[in-house]
Design a protein around this ligand. Sequence first.
Ligand SMILES: [Fe+2]
Length: 431
Amino acid sequence: MVETYVVYTGINDAIFTINLPYIKFGFGASKEVGFEAKRLGLKKVLLVSGKRLSQTKLFDEIKSIIENEGIKVYTTDKVHIEPEDEALIEAYKEIKHLEIDGFIALGGGSTIDTAKVLNLLYTYPADIFDYINKPVGKGLSPPGPLKPLIAIPTTAGTGSESTSVAIIDVLKLKVKTGISNPYLRPTLALIDPLTTITLPPMVTASSGLDVLNHAIESLTTRPYTTRPAYKNPAERPVYAGSTPLADVFGLKAIEWVHKYLRRAVANPYDIEARYYMMLGASIAGIGFGHAGVHVPHAMAYPIAGMIRNWYPEDYEFGYPIAPHGIATAIPAISAFKYLTPYNHEKFALVCETLGFDVKGLTPIEIGKILSEYYIKLLEDLRIPTSLKDLDYKVSDLEALVNGTLAQQRLLSLAPKNITKKDLEKIFLELL
Ligand SMILES: [Fe+2]
């Protein structure tokens, strides 16, 4: 392990936080939802789940486990993949008259994010733009804690069950942003690898790639000690930059994705692979929930937002989609290579964790190794390695670059100051 932190200068911030939900992990953890809801004193809950999932046996089972504890369960399936502001407001209008004292989210990142926002709007009603991050919204904090939220993730990817962020697609501005606030973090996460057994291969692959990106990006964000010292603790951001503790989570997650992602995609019933992918997703989520992510995730926003003509297998929604994990993994091919010279010790550590001997290599050679690793991994998972394959053209360059530049909250965590020219070079290699 390379210790790369200048721990105290007096000029820079010397404090990082450790924030975790209470987590129960393991086979069958989701079945303890009734016990946990009761323990939290819940009497009437809203069970939030997407359309597909709410028609499954798993949904019926979770619902009856909660009901068996004498708890009233209301349900909503108003979950959009990559939630939009207008859809969230619509969903809120449908539930605001209900008398509920807690929320349960069963699903992937979009479902958990939807539940976080519904909980916020329900507990402290306000215009959604009051809460959305600056500069799109006012970035206001709710006055106090929200209602209890139990998150039961069903994909091994987003880590949303551990984070205090909800991603929101603001339709009229065509920009993806979110709400970041410590009060958004679920009260409890029930993380059960068995919930991922039925995920189709492409969904498993995309979610797993998201985990790898979370881990590598959070590890290579600029250290928290490079931020200015805050006079007002309230100004300290949720995404703080890398910390020695977040690094530990990131490195272990890289090791597990490297070892188990191909296996989980090849055989959905490989429960050992499912177990470690789920644990990897959770700890990578904890890592990036503290450190943040940077360039590939910022690039993924316009890549997903501008998609016109790509319909990946296993994502049959009837509209074009660039699944989040794929939209972050393709940019990683060129972005990590480009950024390696600016944080080569950490990128060398990533490569070593992936099994490469990088002793004596130059930063440029290290970056190339990581780029080639991504290409091979994506090819093995039958995922495109270029934006051309997603029907993007060089004529889209400017819009893609501008869409990425709008993500300053993430770009500011990159190991170098990111300019328009940097992004042009990174994107051009993929077009
Ligand atoms: Fe992500």
